[in-house]
Write a protein that binds this ligand. Structure first.
Ligand code: HEM
Length: 177
């Protein structure tokens, strides 16, 4: 996993829980600093998440959902990656997701790649299917909801299939109201 993802998560923790918590969680994970272009094992993200849970007393679902909601507004995203939002609508933004992530995965090991299957069932419904080694459905739901707000589109986003086990297929539906 590229350092960018961790960097944005640490940004979110800093914004939400303060600098001290973000720093303490990072040091407890043995991370001196995070370099955006470097590849990190996924376990580092999970370990950092566990530390944040422990230090703040928040539950995992709450942290992940709110991380998703805040992702596009974190200082790192706004400063470095804002151009990825230059799409005309939510559907185009969703269709661009695989391209965005493929760019970041270049140079990562083969099993470090994870892509979405995007199915536009009809004009009113997009289905996002994915199998990830981490349980990130709520993060994805939060992120897509905030993107819908940015594009000023009224959608209902819900988990259709959610497998708690790693690498099993989950499905999120984006239904236009
Ligand atoms: C819009 C700009 C976005 C940028 C710049 C971005 C960037 C990244 C980066 C750098 C990673 C780490 C990739 C790797 O090296 O393996 C990542 C992972 C991820 N992103 Fe995004 N992302 C964006 C949007 C989104 C959106 C909208 C979603 C939700 C639908 C999303 C869902 C995820 C998930 C679930 C992962 C972790 C996947 C895994 O287990 O590797 N991202 N993203």
């Amino acid at each position: 996993m590229k350092g960018t993802f961790l960097e944005i998560f640490i940004d979110y923790v800093q914004q939400t829980y303060g600098e001290e918590t973000a720093l303490l969680a990072r040091l407890n994970c043995g991370l001196k600093r995070v370099i955006s272009t470097q590849n990190y094992p996924r376990e580092i993200f999970s370990r950092y998440l566990q530390e944040v849970k422990r230090l703040t007393g928040s539950n995992e679902a709450h942290i992940l959902y709110n991380f998703g909601r805040s992702f596009l507004f974190t200082p790192t995203f706004q400063k470095v990656y804002h151009a990825y939002l230059y799409q005309s609508n939510l559907k185009d933004f969703i269709l661009a997701l695989n391209g965005i992530h493929r760019r970041f995965s270049q140079g990562a090991s083969e099993d470090d790649k994870s892509y979405f299957t995007i199915v536009c069932e009809d004009e009113d419904k997009i289905v996002l299917r994915f199998s990830l080694s981490m349980h990130l459905c709520l993060f994805i739901k939060g992120l897509l909801e905030s993107a819908a707000d940015i594009f000023d589109e009224k959608v209902h986003i819900y988990k259709h299939k959610c497998n708690k086990r790693d690498n099993e297929t989950c499905e999120i539906v984006i239904a236009y109201k």
